[in-house]
Design a protein around this ligand. Structure first.
Ligand SMILES: Cc1cc2ncn([C@H]3O[C@H](COP(=O)(O)O)[C@@H](O)[C@H]3O)c2cc1C
Ligand SMILES: O=C(O)c1cccnc1
Length: 350
């Protein structure tokens, strides 16, 4: 499916399944609504899957890696080659996402969608759209065609995984410099002040933070990305890994599969997906709230509420991997808890 078909296929959640799920939750041995977010998640996943008792059997993490020309401006605490080095670490199973995904029994697929350098590594999915983006303080990060190609890469990988039976997705990324790109996207799409959208990423100094903000400000003045056109925003100031994640989100929405968002950068991808298809937001499951300040701005615009508050600021899909445990718990409640009738517990509001 190409991007256009995917956007046309996205439909609202199934209200009937959600109502049935809520009725069942209300019949379980607990005060109504007392399991809070666990209940909300079960209801949302019912609406997504059109099944009032959904089951998750196969999970999949996609980690998209790409480089950013904007690193030339000194916006990260780390050099660009760390992207490539971390790809090897992912493949060898030694990164944080590998550990947390293993714990959640979720396979990790690493996708080179735009790393600067040729990587021939067994196990790495090679879908390079470009050798990194251009320095967007000087010229557009990529062409519109490249942005679409990278989104369609995410769509293709997701569709293939769905055909293999995957029923829950998590997204993550690796790309030195990508908090600068994400902050630019969030500013362009929300108009929020730079103080609220730009943070320290990997840990830059306060002086570098001022430079990061001023680069974003002048780049936005230069390119004037159209806030009503997610593809314009993505191509002028975005990243190829961000585009890949947009593709996963949209393909999940089109195929009625839940997709767990991760930190700040996956949130920037979610905002692009929202601008291309407002309906896609109901298929997104938030996970944690990042230390990066702009993450709060993202959640406000999406009207989603993260349920994990872990002081994390890593990305890679780590927060999303943790959220799998909560989501699986919510469905286990739905399947295994006794009803008032089954357990012989009085169900009367006095
Ligand atoms: C060793 C290492 C592992 C990482 N894993 C994720 N990130 C995170 O940090 C980067 C974004 O921050 P900035 O915009 O400041 O460069 C991204 O690659 C993100 O995934 C990492 C960063 C480092 C250094
Ligand atoms: O929240 C994130 O995903 C994040 C924050 C800082 C650096 N890298 C990732």
């Amino acid at each position: 499916m190409n991007l256009e078909n995917v956007l046309e296929s996205i439909k609202p959640l199934d209200k009937h399944s959600m109502d049935l799920c809520k009725t069942h939750l209300d019949s379980l041995t607990k005060p109504i609504g007392s399991l809070g977010v666990l209940e909300d998640l079960a209801i949302q996943i019912s609406g997504i899957t059109m099944n009032s008792k959904p089951i998750i059997k196969q999970k999949q993490a996609f980690v998209f890696a790409a480089d950013h020309g904007i690193t030339e401006e000194g916006v990260s605490a780390f050099p660009q080659e760390v992207t490539k080095q971390m790809v090897l670490n992912f493949i060898n199973g030694g990164a944080a996402i590998n550990v947390l995904a293993r714990k959640a029994q979720t396979p990790v697929t690493v996708v080179d969608i735009g790393v600067n350098g040729d990587l021939i590594i067994e196990g790495l999915v090679q879908c390079k759209v470009a050798h990194g983006t251009k320095n967007f303080s000087k010229e557009p990060a990529m062409t519109r065609e490249q942005a679409i190609l990278a989104i369609e890469t995410g769509i293709l990988l997701t569709t293939e995984a769905i055909n293999r039976g995957v029923d829950l997705f998590i997204i993550g990324e690796m790309g030195i410099g990508n908090t600068t790109s994400s902050s630019a996207i969030v500013t362009a799409l929300t108009n929020a002040p730079l103080e609220d959208t730009v943070g320290c990423g990997t840990g830059i100094s306060t002086d570098s933070l001022q430079i990061k903000r001023s680069i974003i400000k002048t780049s936005l003045e230069k390119h004037k990305p159209n806030a009503n056109d997610g593809l314009d925003v993505l191509s002028k100031i975005g990243g190829l890994e961000i585009a890949g994640m947009v593709g996963v989100i949209l393909a999940c929405a089109a195929n009625r599969r839940p997709v767990i968002l991760d930190g700040f950068i996956s949130g920037a991808a979610a905002l692009i997906a929202q601008s291309l298809s407002p309906l896609s937001v109901s298929y997104m499951i938030p996970s944690h709230s990042s230390v990066e300040p702009g993450h709060r701005v993202i959640y406000q615009k999406l009207t989603l509420h993260p349920f994990l508050h872990m002081n994390m600021r890593l990305g890679e899909g780590t927060g999303a991997a943790l959220a799998i445990h909560v989501i699986e718990s919510s469905l286990q409640i739905l399947h295994e808890m006794a009803t008032f009738a089954d357990a012989g517990v009085s169900n009367k509001n006095l």
